[in-house]
Design a protein. Sequence first.
Length: 92
Amino acid sequence: MRHWMHSREEDTGDVRVYRPAEYDFPPARGRRGFEPRPGGELVVYGPGPADRPEATTGRWDSSGEGRLRLGGDEFEIVSVEPDRLTLRPSGG
């Protein structure tokens, strides 16, 4: 499991790019991310009050068919590499 952060600068069309939290990102305000943990626990990171980072919890699961559900959102897994995860939001 890994802590992934949205690298919106690399998004193309409807495909979202995520990089490991330790990646050397360019400066940005309000970067969002997530960390799936064993047992289906999910930690979601995003800007909180006064733009300070804040973590909330939820659940994640994978259908094993190239789909990933993060909280209430479902994604198609486009590709997984050690330093890059690409997801496409499901249309339904």
